[in-house]
Design a protein around this ligand. Sequence first.
Ligand code: ZN
Length: 200
Amino acid sequence: MSIRLCQECCQWVSTRDGRCPDCQDALPETINPEEVDGRFRSLVGEVRGRMGHVRVVRRKLPSDGVFYETANGLFFLPYRTVTKRRLVEQSATSPMWTVAAVLWSPLMFLSPFLKRRELREKDFVENEAIRLGKDDLHLLPDFLSRVAGAFFLPTRNIRAITERRGQWTIERSLGSTISIRPIADGPFGQTMQQFADTRL
Ligand SMILES: [Zn+2]
């Protein structure tokens, strides 16, 4: 099983036989992002704005990220995984005092007061949004070949967008149906409905 980019469908897929499950194209193991940037930029078109934070209902590929509206369709940019070093508080008891407390039991009553607090560095793996400011929005298409799990849905390939109990379903003319849920408060539902009403 490997994760590869299908340039034809503008999406990363999880594949067993090296082919895209949607278009059956044979996918190379690696690609040179610089070679595909130009094509993706013209396919995606001008970026119009951020729609909101969403969870794509799927396995094996990153599910949480941000949806964007572009001149030619919808773009999903997954969160990236980062390792952060933080200071955490740990209690540290001097071994000498523990031994002394066992040998002389009245000290046991004192032991909670003998504990020291110590700060230690610890690594945490977290997901965080790739922040794109207004001036960086034009860079969005370049992430398609560089961030595993990103995808672009051209408007001409979207058959229908419907919402049921907070879950949005996007049907495509080619490729499997995509289900997403907003994961943060905000105007996602409104912007998605507007997209469906005016762009399809
Ligand atoms: Zn494909």
